[in-house]
Design a protein around this ligand. Structure first.
Ligand SMILES: NC(=O)c1ccc[n+]([C@@H]2O[C@H](COP(=O)([O-])OP(=O)(O)OC[C@H]3O[C@@H](n4cnc5c(N)ncnc54)[C@H](OP(=O)(O)O)[C@@H]3O)[C@@H](O)[C@H]2O)c1
Length: 319
């Protein structure tokens, strides 16, 4: 088992999150289980999953093996999962939190995120083929109270948001009475550096976690959109050569040096190993500057939710 000197970010209440974690979207069943196994072997301790990824059981099986054999202690792991859109209402929080814990075989998660700022109209009781339609009445304040209850109940050590825009974060922040949001997980990569949003989060002491740091090259089949080819950026390649690192490692290190956590996904043991080798070098201020300059409004978000009926006409769109 590799020992990697990670960097940690401080969330609220003394909770620390490893800056680099494993993304698991599209890593299903045995593929997901093996990815977790390789990741733990390589030294990852932060695992990102979600109810909608349909891999919590596979993630849980892999974690269980490590926990039961005593190779790892629960307190050394940082497990993140998310409230699905179908459960994005006050009554859904406890229900889906418990479903996720059951899937994972854990008694608590380290971070529970509201996956998106909108829910779907409740179709669970209706025709299973009924279309998912964006619910414009999603009540962030009431949902947040139910999120806070999960911390009080010991089911989540910290809670946060994903894909919320500034106005929506502000609403949650202002309404939070017991627990403030400690994390925003958002699409962020070289061509979408989210500088304004990151600054805003910093002002509220909300940490940011970057998803799709490689521009999500595997997303085409699902989203039908070309991914931004950040791995082949010429400046990144040049800097990679200089540090004797790969473009992937430069992209990840750039994000981490901005004080942002990052969750690259891979199911390939070699790339899983490669992606965590980012703590043995430091980018110079000049190289950071060159990388910072690559991201000026080059691309739109891949995950803009426009595929969901009613999203683009939502009064708070874009999220
Ligand atoms: N909150 C949200 O709404 C949200 C949305 C999207 C994603 N996420 C989270 O963020 C994670 C990461 O985002 P993502 O999966 O969209 O995209 P990503 O991490 O940018 O890219 C993953 C893709 O890059 C490939 N890859 C991995 N390491 C590589 C390397 N070193 N060199 C070249 N290619 C490499 C992977 O292929 P192999 O697997 O074959 O290595 C996979 O196809 C997700 O898995 C998920 O956990 C959250």
């Amino acid at each position: 088992m590799a020992c990697v000197q990670q960097i940690y970010l401080d969330l609220a209440e003394g909770v620390k999150i490893p800056a680099l974690g494993l993304g698991t979207w599209q890593a299903l069943d045995e593929d997901g289980e093996k990815a977790i196994d390789s990741a733990l072997e390589a030294g990852y301790r932060h695992i990102d999953t979600a109810y909608v990824y349909q891999n919590e059981k596979a993630v849980g099986r892999a974690l269980r093996k490590w926990l039961d054999s005593g190779r790892i202690k629960r307190e050394d792991l940082f497990v993140v999962t998310k409230l699905p859109k179908n459960g994005n209402r006050p009554s859904g929080v406890k229900k889906y939190m418990e479903a996720s814990l059951d899937n994972l075989g854990l008694s608590y998660v380290d971070l529970y995120l509201i996956h998106s700022p909108f829910g779907f109209y409740d179709i669970e009781k209706d025709d299973p083929n009924a279309e998912e339609v964006v619910d414009v009445t999603t009540d962030h304040v009431a949902i947040w109270k139910a999120m806070e209850d999960q911390v009080v109940a010991g089911k989540a050590r910290s809670i946060g948001l994903s894909n919320f825009n500034e106005k929506q974060i502000e609403r949650v922040w202002n309404s939070a009475e017991r627990v403030k949001p400690s994390m925003l997980q958002v699409e962020l990569h070289l061509y979408l550096q989210q500088k304004k949003l990151v600054e805003y989060c910093k002002s509220k002491n909300i940490k940011v976690c970057a998803y799709s740091p490689f521009g999500s090259p595997g997303a085409y089949q699902v989203l039908g959109k070309e991914s931004p080819d950040v791995l082949n950026n010429e400046t990144v390649k040049e800097i990679a050569e200089k540090y004797r690192k790969t473009p992937a490692q430069i992209l990840l290190r750039h994000i981490i040096q901005r004080g942002i956590a990052v969750i690259p996904k891979s199911s390939n043991p070699k790339r899983i190993q490669e992606n965590i080798q980012v703590f043995d070098f430091e980018l110079s201020p000049e190289d950071m500057h060159r990388l910072d300059a690559q991201g000026q409004g080059k691309v739109e978000r891949l995950f803009d939710f426009s595929m969901f009926k009613g999203a683009t006409t939502h009064p708070e769109y874009p999220f």
